[in-house]
Ligand binder design. Structure first.
Ligand SMILES: Nc1ncnc2c1ncn2[C@@H]1O[C@H](COP(=O)(O)OP(=O)(O)OP(=O)(O)O)[C@@H](O)[C@H]1O
Length: 354
């Protein structure tokens, strides 16, 4: 039996958008059907590229088309609607920055190199800001290693509503990450233009609502991914995380250089893994595992504040691994992050646009 466009469209009428609960055909999401003998290529237009239900929709389309008599090969191509198409469907077009229009400050957390504790600082800073009464969100823009959901103990996927994604919430902090869109352990290959597009979706189509602070965990280092993200986000300031040793410090110089070129205000430096308090020892009984003075030297050289010196503490690591950041409780160990959060609030208040 010859396969026709009509039989394919009939089959697709039975496939619903799981969120909108209407047929893909009725929603105008079937953009194209190409038939060549027993092979069919269907192009589906998602409401927006980062749609978390993408995989499910693709699978459903594939199954429905495969079930049509005479079809042996199916290819499903996913594209995204233009803002006009979306406007037609939803009655209005979310503007590019719609999602963050009520966000007062977007602050990025950067590092000169990987593994210095950038995500740990982002998470604990965000939770501490919330603890100090500030409405806070965290955007995991570390596309290649999105760890924020693990550190925040988040497993759910965000839901959509009226063309916007609703961020997840934990410890009172709103959270959005590429990891929560793709699912844990699912690799995503992010290249420049895709990163740019995804960032726009995170800012424009995530309903952040009223936030005092949106903390953005940047990719490590000063490579393409970091540059693309910093160029795509209207940043109010950046915090640079380093460790005290010489190599880390020289990488941070590069990062500071990058932000200065981009004219992004540097709120200050956080020196992480600064020292280890000896168990059972006195307050002064500390070990400088990675050397000392790196953060101070940088702060002096660039005339930017050293916002915090965070010790190496197993509790900090356990907090990250277990999804219960230490700043969720205010105590002796987490106080260093509350002091950091307070300084960030103060630094922001001195900014000219305040
Ligand atoms: N002050 C600290 N004390 C103890 N462990 C820490 C501290 N800071 C970070 N860690 C641990 O070090 C590891 C790396 O931290 P994290 O993932 O925050 O680094 P990162 O700079 O974001 O890494 P990446 O470059 O991969 O994005 C994690 O296991 C974290 O729990």
């Amino acid at each position: 039996m010859a396969v026709t466009k009509e039989t394919i469209m009939d089959a697709l009428k039975g496939v619903n958008d799981p969120e909108l609960n209407r047929s893909l055909v009725d929603l105008g999401m079937v953009k194209d059907v190409e038939i060549s003998g027993d092979a069919v290529r269907v192009t589906i237009s998602l409401t927006f590229a980062g749609c978390p239900l993408k995989t499910k929709i693709k699978q459903d389309v594939e199954e429905a088309v495969k079930a049509v008599p005479g079809v042996n090969y199916v290819e499903v191509v996913m594209t995204a609607m233009t803002s006009e198409e979306r406007a037609k469907l939803f009655g209005q077009a979310p503007s590019e920055m719609e999602g963050i229009k009520k966000v007062k400050r977007v602050i990025a957390v950067a590092s000169g190199k990987g593994g210095v504790g950038k995500s740990t600082v982002s998470v604990n800073l965000a939770v501490a800001l919330k603890g100090l009464g500030k409405n806070t969100g965290i955007l995991d823009a570390d596309f290649h290693g999105p760890d924020i959901p693990i550190m925040m103990g988040i497993k759910d996927r965000p839901l959509g509503s009226k063309g916007m994604l609703l961020p997840l919430e934990k410890y009172g902090v709103k959270v959005m990450s590429t990891a929560t869109l793709a699912g844990e352990g699912v690799p995503i290959v992010w290249r420049g233009p895709l990163v740019n597009k995804a960032i726009k979706e995170f800012l424009g189509k995530v309903k952040w609502d009223d936030l005092d602070f949106l903390i953005v965990d940047l990719p490590p280092g000063t490579g393409d991914a970091t540059i693309t993200v910093t160029k795509s986000i209207p940043l109010d300031g950046v915090i640079v995380v380093t460790t005290p040793q010489k190599v880390a410090v020289s990488d941070v110089r590069r990062a500071i250089g990058l932000f200065k070129t981009e004219e992004i205000p540097i709120l200050g430096i956080v020196e992480n893994m600064s020292y280890l308090k000896m168990p059972g020892g006195s307050e002064d009984d500390i070990l400088d595992i990675f050397g000392s003075g790196g953060g101070e030297k940088l702060a002096k050289a660039f005339q930017i504040p050293l916002l915090a010196k965070i010790p190496i503490d197993p509790q900090i690591r356990i907090g990250g691994d277990s999804g219960e950041p230490i700043s969720a409780k205010r105590d002796e160990t987490s106080e260093v992050f509350f002091t950091l959060a307070q300084k960030v609030i103060e630094e922001c208040e001195t900014q000219p646009n305040n």
